[in-house]
Design a protein around this ligand. Structure first.
Ligand code: LMR
Length: 394
């Protein structure tokens, strides 16, 4: 089967991960894959996670199966974390998945099964795995204008003109917060306007929530998604606990489908469980149990929220320090957008050739489109990165 075949190209994020790992230089700086680093350059296990793991280790007496959709207590805790009281529980079907990518995949598979003609609208640009999965599933996709490189903000006129062309039943894939790769987030007014477009066209919002708590706060970061859920008859959500719980390798994700009460909710729940059965049977439990243990215990939840706030403030601090250092290097506010963006990523504005020079000459690793993980910066590396950016992007 594999004769005359080449291995598929890894996507641009995985390619940079591998290049960084193979670079022997000791002063190299990893600003590629989206992994949080503390000011001392580590990706720590959060204190609440350590304590939850200890409790699970002490109390757990079996590793037998839990349920096809995952543990109901985990699913309920995630529903409350994400949706608050925006919609009654009876309107939400939930399902555990291996990570946020697993959740994205299950929503798209569900759509392909039930509505094969639907087009999935993705922002230009977006996380490369979005179009990759859509293409793998042979679904139709279109891009909508999103980022305006000239301003570092959102091209609203372009975005709303494009989204107005969506048809009933199409999916509009939105980033809940911390837009990947641009860092340019939707405002409360944008969410209102998107809800109005969905009401008018019958398109269904599909929110990818990979960075809840990394932008402003847990509540603010969920507000747009909650607004859609409260206003519209159907909303799909794919959420990840990789970043905000630091559980990357444990693969903790969840799909929430907001439907009408009664029949639709049961049908959505059954469809998601059935897709789990066909794809991997039971979702992983250990990471989900950690999350459930934390969210179900007031003291652990408080510890988690506090550490999450520190992580968010570290990223915001990196953004401000980088913008200041670049202002000092260039004598201009050209890179001021770094301070205004939110989450892990911003597009630095470099083209692929400039990104190559940053990597080969300066040991600074960005994704090929110029995406920088600002969470990978530290006070020690910011001057080096600012000098190199100012020189190479001059
Ligand atoms: C990223 O965008 O770097 C992260 O979400 C990691 C990944 O899986 O691509």
């Amino acid at each position: 089967m594999f004769e005359n075949r080449l291995p598929p190209e890894p996507d641009k994020i995985l390619r940079i991960m591998a290049m960084f790992a193979g670079d022997p230089r000791t002063d190299k700086v990893d600003l590629g894959v989206g992994v949080y680093r503390s000011p001392d350059g580590r990706t720590p296990v959060m204190a609440a996670v350590k304590e939850a793991e200890r409790r699970i280790w002490d109390a757990q007496e079996t590793k037998s199966y839990v349920g096809l959709s995952g543990d109901p207590a985990f699913l309920d805790a995630m529903r409350v974390l994400i949706l608050g009281d925006a919609v009654p529980a009876a309107r939400v079907a939930a399902c555990g998945t291996p990570g946020g990518t697993g959740a994205v995949r299950q929503v798209l598979e569900m759509t392909r099964r039930l509505s094969p003609e639907a087009t999935v609208w993705i922002s230009d640009p977006t996380w490369p795995n979005h179009p990759a999965i859509i293409d793998h599933l042979s679904q139709k996709r279109q891009t909508f204008r999103y980022y305006d490189a000239a301003t570092g903000g959102i091209d609203r006129d372009g975005m709303f003109a494009d989204l107005a062309r969506a048809q009933a039943g199409d999916l509009i894939l939105l980033h809940a917060c911390c837009h990947n790769p641009t860092g340019a987030d939707l405002t409360p007014q944008d969410w209102e306007d998107i809800a109005a477009i969905c009401e008018k066209t019958g398109a269904i919002p599909f929110v990818d929530m990979a960075y809840l708590g990394f932008a402003e706060s847990l509540e603010d970061d969920a507000a747009g998604t909650r607004l859609l859920a409260a206003r519209l008859p159907e909303v799909f959500i794919a959420a990840s606990c990789s970043k905000n719980f630091g559980l990357y390798r444990e693969r903790v994700g969840v799909v929430l489908v907001v439907t009408g009460e009664g029949g639709p909710q049961a049908a959505a729940f059954g469809t998601l469980a059935n897709l789990n059965r066909q794809n991997y049977a039971f979702p992983p439990d250990h990471g989900a149990r950690i999350v459930q243990t934390i969210l179900g215990d007031a003291a652990l939840a408080e510890s988690w929220r506090t550490e999450l706030r520190t992580m968010r403030e570290t990223m915001l601090g990196n953004r401000r320090m980088l913008a200041d250092a670049l202002r000092a290097e260039t004598g201009s506010d050209r890179f001021g957008f770094f301070a205004g963006h939110r989450g892990m990523f911003s597009l630095c504005g470099g083209d692929p050739e400039q990104v190559r020079i940053l990597r080969e000459t300066h040991g600074i690793y960005l994704i090929g489109d110029g995406r920088m993980n600002v969470a990978g910066l530290t006070a020690a590396t910011i001057p080096q990165v600012a000098r190199a950016l100012a020189e190479v992007l001059a």
